[in-house]
Design a protein around this ligand. Sequence first.
Ligand code: NAP
Length: 302
Amino acid sequence: MQYRYSGHSGLQLPVLSLGLWHNFGSVDRHENARAILLRAFEAGITHFDLANNYGPVPGSAEITFGRVLREDLATHRDEMIISSKAGYRMWDGPYGDGGSRKYLMASCDQSLKRTGLDYFDIFYSHRYDPNTPIEETMQALVDIVRSGKALYAGISNYPADKQVECYRYLADAHVPCVLSQYKANMLFTEKLEQNLPLAQQHGSGFICYSPLAQGILTDRYLNGIPEGSRAARPEGYLQREQITDELMAHVRKLNEEAKEQGLTLAQYALRYLLRQEGVTSVIIGASSVEQLDKNLQTISNL
Ligand SMILES: NC(=O)c1ccc[n+]([C@@H]2O[C@H](COP(=O)([O-])OP(=O)(O)OC[C@H]3O[C@@H](n4cnc5c(N)ncnc54)[C@H](OP(=O)(O)O)[C@@H]3O)[C@@H](O)[C@H]2O)c1
């Protein structure tokens, strides 16, 4: 594994991080989830990315992670960077969604209980909430850090102007934004153009999610939509309709380019992001140890 400093901080992250959005919920096989987590950690993936709502059911990915931590990795807590987030709808009523202090504080406590952790390494505001003053959301992050419930603060999915406001508020409070999390991949480069330079200017690390476009930038859909794939599963966020002929024609071209360089398409797509200046890490998902192992080979081709 290779590690990079997150922005101007002293925190190093593995270039490949593992996300638990899909494949770690209560609908998934625990033994498979456990095997992926253990293989990842063994390979030097020290960063695990969670959010309150990951599952399904929402919250169950944190429970899965907590169980593996307790049963298999309890003595390794200090070798890991574990993040969670609040921002999207998690529970009914006005306090289970958005960016209010009430929601972030309550959700952080719930996530700590589900994972069994004493603290998160990074706690994020998962999204910008236009109905909450940004000062309120950022002060909640500051207080979560000050109270010892997280070591660092992060933001995700904020539009560029709001992103900069967050950096300023957090810097003034001496809880600098350690990491900014945005969707980025070879098929979706907008955030690399808009948000990455701002993160760099303000000394924040930058971590890309869905680097494989949920599997589209792998060999998964080159010959149709296989059973068990994210696009085929009812709970998957990727919809069948998104796998269009036009898109796949483009993906096939990228696959040819990858082959010419002796890489798999997934490795080519991950390398593309990790070669962008200012990118700290990419958060990959995996539904099997085999996928993870193949993606890990990217490291030797950087
Ligand atoms: N901040 C946010 O708002 C936000 C939003 C989304 C995600 N995230 C974070 O980013 C993480 C990663 O997102 P993602 O799961 O969309 O990432 P991704 O790496 O783009 O997609 C992962 C999926 O691609 C397929 N795959 C991976 N490697 C493969 C290989 N070698 N060959 C064939 N198929 C392969 C698998 O799908 P199959 O199931 O089909 O096998 C896998 O589940 C999430 O877990 C979460 O932590 C954050």
